[in-house]
Design a protein around this ligand. Structure first.
Ligand SMILES: Nc1ncnc2c1ncn2[C@@H]1O[C@H](COP(=O)(O)OP(=O)(O)OP(=O)(O)O)[C@@H](O)[C@H]1O
Length: 173
């Protein structure tokens, strides 16, 4: 089963992914992206990736100098790749796992290897995927995934998000 969750920023995609990862336990392999806020000011200062194995890395920050920018955030593509690529490569081999990719977004898509791995995972007819996509087509790959044959595309909204955890679990099991 391949499931793609899309929705407006802040609607709760990452929250949903984390709940499902918790329920899947060691059946899930992958990562999610979440914002990092300053402890004192509570202002958003960057984004980190967290893997299902508990690895974390701040990979986008207002304080990073980078040629890869999304808004005022500099993206450290190397740091993203170091944490995320090994787990996705493993996931491609371990057939029984649900591969979790949150998200196939602008920041993540700077990595060519990430784009190639996501394509391979999506093309594999036997892969089980739970991934999030931005609501807008920020890249041809996002457009391709949105239309992927045999996949389920769900738009998460404030009105349907309450029952979505159960809905997705039903599709996955
Ligand atoms: N079902 C829910 N009920 C109430 N609040 C929620 C729910 N889901 C998420 N939130 C809250 O909304 C905020 C944004 O959630 P989250 O980071 O999961 O959104 P997102 O869609 O992943 O955002 P982005 O597109 O920016 O990555 C968080 O503060 C979270 O606690």
């Amino acid at each position: 089963m391949k499931i793609f969750i899309t929705g407006e920023p802040g609607v709760g995609k990452t929250t949903l992914i984390k709940k499902i990862v918790q329920r899947l336990g060691d059946k899930a392999l992958g990562f999610w992206t979440q914002e990092v806020r300053d402890r004192k000011t509570r202002r958003r200062i960057g984004f980190k990736v967290v893997t299902t194995e508990g690895k974390e890395a701040l990979f986008a920050s207002k304080n990073f100098t980078s040629k890869h920018l999304v808004g005022s955030y500099g993206v450290n593509v190397k740091r993203f790749e170091e944490v995320v690529l090994p787990i996705l490569k493993r996931a491609l081999k371990e057939r029984d796992k649900v591969i979790v990719i949150d998200e196939v977004g602008k920041m993540e898509l700077f990595s060519k290897e990430f784009r190639e791995l996501v394509s391979s995972i999506a093309r594999d007819p036997k892969s089980k995927i739970l991934a999030t996509l931005p609501i807008r087509d920020v890249h041809p790959l996002v457009r391709e995934l949105r239309k992927l044959q045999g996949a389920v595309l769900i738009e998460l909204t404030r009105s349907n998000r309450e029952g979505m955890e159960e809905e997705v679990m039903k599709l996955l099991t």
